[in-house]
Design a protein around this ligand. Structure first.
Ligand SMILES: Nc1ncnc2c1ncn2[C@@H]1O[C@H](COP(=O)(O)OP(=O)(O)OP(=O)(O)O)[C@@H](O)[C@H]1O
Length: 118
């Protein structure tokens, strides 16, 4: 499994995104929200700095969803029974997604406000 070609690694990475897309509703919701935000940006044309910030925020939200799903899947596989530590880990993962999503929403609103007000 070590030293696979770059194209094989890329295929593995897209397969991981595919798992999240098919199995995780929250990932699909966040992807849809990201696309709607990009559409709003395309209409309102904010400055390049706002574009950079929002692309970074959308990527962070999606990456957080991937990490959340990956750790949840691993925890459920290693410990299928209910356990308070597994519950705590899942709650902290959900907290991570919430914190990043909130920051992304604030950045999007500030960008749109700054653009409309300019
Ligand atoms: N194996 C477990 N042991 C103890 N508590 C659990 C376990 N699985 C889930 N829980 C508790 O139930 C809550 C909801 O679990 P669930 O797996 O639906 O998480 P979720 O955050 O809604 O997941 P997703 O990110 O898939 O929407 C968790 O946040 C946790 O508090």
């Amino acid at each position: 499994m070590k030293n696979q070609s770059f194209t094989k690694k890329l295929r593995n990475a897209f397969a991981g995104i595919g798992f999240a897309w098919t199995e995780e509703r929250n990932f699909r919701v966040h992807l849809a929200l990201g696309l709607v935000t990009l559409l709003a940006f395309a209409v309102l044309q904010p400055t390049a700095l706002w574009w950079a910030l929002i692309v970074l925020c959308i990527a962070l939200v999606l990456a957080a969803e991937l990490l959340n799903s990956a750790v949840e899947a691993l925890a459920d596989h290693l410990h299928p029974e209910l356990h308070p530590v597994v519950g705590k880990v899942k709650d902290m993962l959900a907290g991570m997604v919430l914190v990043i999503s909130f920051a992304a929403a604030v950045v999007a609103m500030l960008a749109l406000y700054a653009t409309v007000a300019a």
